[in-house]
Design a protein around this ligand. Structure first.
Ligand code: PLP
Length: 437
């Protein structure tokens, strides 16, 4: 490895012009001891090259969207063709219909779709639509689930399961946070309590049906069924935030994921999408039942618009990405590699006496430095952040690029190979050994 001198120089310069030196706080190294983040200059397949000519194996996958690896030729070609035909029209295009149909076919509860530019926008609008439809104000969310950075969902739990929220960020009025009730994930009793107390004014219950934001966490058996039943009995809508999860584990969303029980019982009224469906370009989408979506302008009274929404470049990249994912065996192959990688990581950590809990769902997994299961946010918080930071830095210095946070997942892509896994495991063995000393 070359010293990361150029990254350090660029970071010093970036700090003078870009707030915090980064365009998203998750890119900073604050959670792993600080210092300059690595400035990358090129990405291809499962690999990155930094500005000091170091090569890395990438498991960040840009926080999820890069499921086919970087610069996949099919997607690159689609983007180039779209760019040659003009990137933004401000008129409808046939491409938008094609991607909408692909989403609808894969996610049966989406009768109607609307494209936006980010997951944040998609989630924000599902809440507005649910409020318009139910004529109620409050939403219930689950602790630790991240739903983008709009005011309403940037709220943490108060003390106890059914307290009203407090803002998680400066700049959010307490009055807005008071419209949010936070309960622990996988806790139907907590949800019941919240609905008993505030139910008359609850427009929607919003959930990451499989969690991707405090590690990868599966719903416990019956959790989604119970959530949907209770929410409907309360006259509220169920909103699934599938910005990370849709098309990640199989070609579709959580509601059709074969690992979960009865699909009809866990279908939401509204779904928010993003990340993978744009093939790496900015995108979001939301959709749901026809009678609910008809609240949206120009049909209904809930206003939502976007200059860039449905732009041909993002839509073309999304279509191309989904086409790659329709290929035979792509998810099975990502899962096979993830099984090998997680088995090797666990064995290596065990060998060096390091407590490690791994949550894996097909080709995605999270590593928690603890000796207990992680099924909710409290468990994920109760893990050794310093150990994670040390592991992160050891791996980075051995050419393995992970997300700089103990809560983020590792993502396999269709571009990773057995050789990448073997190299990663060698790096992990050396890292755990150094950490144990
Ligand atoms: N919802 C979930 C589940 C997410 O993981 C994210 C981003 O990580 C968002 C919403 C926000 O998406 P975006 O960053 O595209 O605004």
């Amino acid at each position: 490895m070359n010293p990361r001198t150029n990254s350090e120089l660029l970071y010093t310069e970036a700090l003078q012009h870009i707030v915090g030196g980064v365009n998203s706080p998750s890119r900073s190294f604050k959670a792993v001891g600080g210092g300059a983040p690595v400035f990358m200059k090129k990405a291809q397949g499962a690999h990155f090259w930094d500005v000091d000519d170091n090569k890395y194996i990438d498991y960040l996958a840009a926080y999820g969207p890069i499921v086919t690896g970087h610069a996949h030729p099919h997607i690159t070609k689609a983007i180039a063709e779209a760019a040659a035909n003009g990137v933004l029209y401000g008129t409808p295009t046939e491409l938008e219909i094609k991607l909408a149909k692909m989403l609808k076919e894969a996610i049966p509860s989406m009768d109607k779709v609307r494209f936006v530019n980010s997951g944040t926008e998609a989630v924000m609008t599902t809440i507005r639509v649910a409020r318009a439809y139910t004529k109620r104000n409050k939403i219930v969310k689950f602790a630790g689930c991240y739903h983008g950075h709009s005011d309403l969902v940037l709220v943490a739990a108060g003390s106890g399961p059914s307290t009203l929220g407090i803002p998680d960020s400066a700049g959010i009025p307490t009055s807005i946070a008071h419209e949010v009730i936070t309960v622990p994930y996988n806790d139907l009793e907590g949800l019941k309590e919240a609905l008993e107390r505030w139910g008359d004014d609850v427009a929607a219950v919003m959930v990451e049906p499989i969690v991707g934001n405090f590690g990868m966490v599966m719903p416990e058996p019956g959790f989604l069924e119970g959530l949907c039943a209770m929410t409907r009995a309360n006259g509220s809508l169920v909103i699934y935030d599938e910005v990370i999860t849709a098309f990640r584990f199989h070609y579709g969303s959580t509601q059709t994921y074969a690992g979960l029980a009865n699909h009809a019982e866990i279908e939401p009224d509204l779904t928010a999408l993003g990340k993978i469906i744009g093939g790496g370009l900015p995108i979001g989408a939301y959709g749901g039942r026809k009678h609910v979506m008809e609240q949206v302008a120009p049909l209904g009274p809930a206003y939502q618009a976007g200059t860039m929404a449905g732009n041909p470049a993002s839509i073309s990249a999304g279509i191309a990405c989904l086409e790659v994912l329709q290929g035979a065996g792509v998810y099975e192959e990502m899962e096979r590699l993830a099984i090998d990688l997680t088995a090797g990581l666990q064995a290596s950590a065990d060998r060096h006496g390091i407590d490690l809990t791994i949550n894996r769902i097909r080709g995605a997994f999270s590593t928690h430095f603890c000796n207990h299961p992680v099924t909710n946010y409290d468990h994920a918080q109760d893990t050794d952040g310093e150990r994670f930071a040390s592991f992160f830095r050891h791996m980075l210095n051995r050419g393995i690029n992970l997300a700089p946070s103990k809560y983020e997942a590792w993502f396999l892509t269709t571009a990773h190979t057995d050789e990448d896994i073997a190299t990663t495991l060698e790096a992990a063995e050396a890292s755990f050994k150094a950490m144990a000393q």
